[in-house]
Design a protein around this ligand. Structure first.
Ligand SMILES: Cc1ncc(C[n+]2csc(CCOP(=O)(O)OP(=O)(O)O)c2C)c(N)n1
Ligand SMILES: [Mg+2]
Length: 342
């Protein structure tokens, strides 16, 4: 079971801002991610989508709150649970779904699949399958932004399991040493495959790991999109001044680790207890109660999202697989690289 959330630091002027103008946008985005993932699960069952497939259901608030707190030009990098991040950045869900199908119209031209989405135009730099392996890459991206004096930052997402990789700690150290514009985010969903945080880590409040590097660190309710937004906004102000942060979002994944995981290591009661605090339902209640928006307006959004997902599936279905003759393309930039047939 994920342990409780710590108290937030005192309110800053940023924290005091009214975030209700974001409510409908968050609702639409989080619902789109939820419905997209539910459809992906169904399609996986039909063997339309094959290979590895890790769904984000339950964790929607983590990316939704982050994108509204950052600005155009900021870079995003994450692990293999990556469908939601490009969608949140504006990648057309058609091209995300097509990639899950392995079709040539996918964001990675059908060569990447679920774990290797990439959309440079929207500053989404993957989609990486090696646990923790992309965290040093995030540091490299932040270094490039600093070197080129762009004013942009790199937000680097990772799982609770990833923080136990040595490379992550080298990355934390370098980020502090070089004063990089970076925000590290641990999406702590309580488990790394079937292993709970308690079974693999002596320190279970993972934000505390930041203190070894004198890095500012906070633990945030990852089911609350407003808390996520405010935390990322605070961290972004610091990152742009060369002060890295470590944010731990306490969240939960409703489904198994991947589509091939029956999730027998946790009880139904545990899963249900998290679903009762569902981030989308929480936000819906806020919208209905606080803003006086009626349920009919939200139903219009529900229908729009349903149509978007259906359209994404139709697009993926109608697309072609890549030409097998191009199988060695995009492996190495150097066209005459030895050992590869062309
Ligand atoms: C270096 C490495 N070791 C092991 C694996 C196998 N593996 C894939 S996902 C995973 C669990 C990672 O969990 P976490 O970081 O908490 O991310 P989550 O799946 O919960 O999003 C493991 C061990 C891998 N991909 N890479
Ligand atoms: Mg995890």
């Amino acid at each position: 079971m994920v342990s409780s959330i710590i108290a937030h630091p005192p309110l800053s002027p940023i924290d005091a801002a009214d975030l209700s103008p974001f409510y409908e946008r968050w609702y639409e985005l989080m619902l789109l991610i939820r419905k997209f993932e539910d459809k992906a699960a169904q399609l996986y069952g039909q063997q339309k989508i094959r290979g590895f497939c890790h769904l984000y259901t339950g964790q929607e608030a983590c990316i939704a709150g982050a994108v509204t707190a950052l600005r155009q030009g900021d870079k995003y990098i994450t692990a293999y649970r990556d469908h939601a991040h490009p969608i949140a950045l504006g990648t057309n869900p058609d091209h995300v779904m097509a990639e899950l199908y392995g079709k040539a119209t996918g964001v990675s031209k059908g060569y990447g699949g679920s774990m290797h989405l990439f959309d440079k135009a929207r500053h989404f730099l993957g989609g990486h399958g090696i646990v923790g392996g992309h965290v040093p890459l995030g540091v490299g991206v932040a270094f490039a932004e600093q070197y080129k004096q762009t004013g942009n930052l790199c937000i680097t997402f990772m799982g609770d399991g990833a923080v136990r990789q040595g490379a992550v700690h080298e990355a934390f150290n370098l980020a502090m040493l070089y004063k990089l514009p970076i925000i590290f985010v641990i999406e702590n969903n309580g488990y790394a495959m079937g292993t709970s945080v308690e079974r693999s880590s002596n320190v279970t409040e993972l934000y505390r790991l930041g203190s070894s590097y004198a890095m500012d660190a906070e633990r945030i309710d990852g089911f609350c999109v407003e808390s996520v937004h405010r935390a990322v906004e605070r961290a972004a102000v610091k990152a742009r001044k060369g002060i890295p942060s470590l944010l731990e979002f306490v969240t939960y994944r409703y489904r198994g680790h991947s589509m091939s995981d029956p999730a027998a290591y946790r009880t139904k009661e545990e899963v249900e207890s998290y679903k009762e605090q569902d981030p989308i339902l929480k936000l819906k209640a806020l919208i209905l109660n606080k803003q006086g928006i009626d349920a009919a307006a939200l139903e219009t959004i529900d229908r729009k999202v349903k149509d978007q997902v259906a359209q994404a599936v139709a697009f993926a279905e109608a697309s072609s697989f890549p030409d097998p003759a191009t199988v060695y393309h995009y492996v190495y930039k150097q066209t005459d690289y030895p050992f590869l047939q062309h």
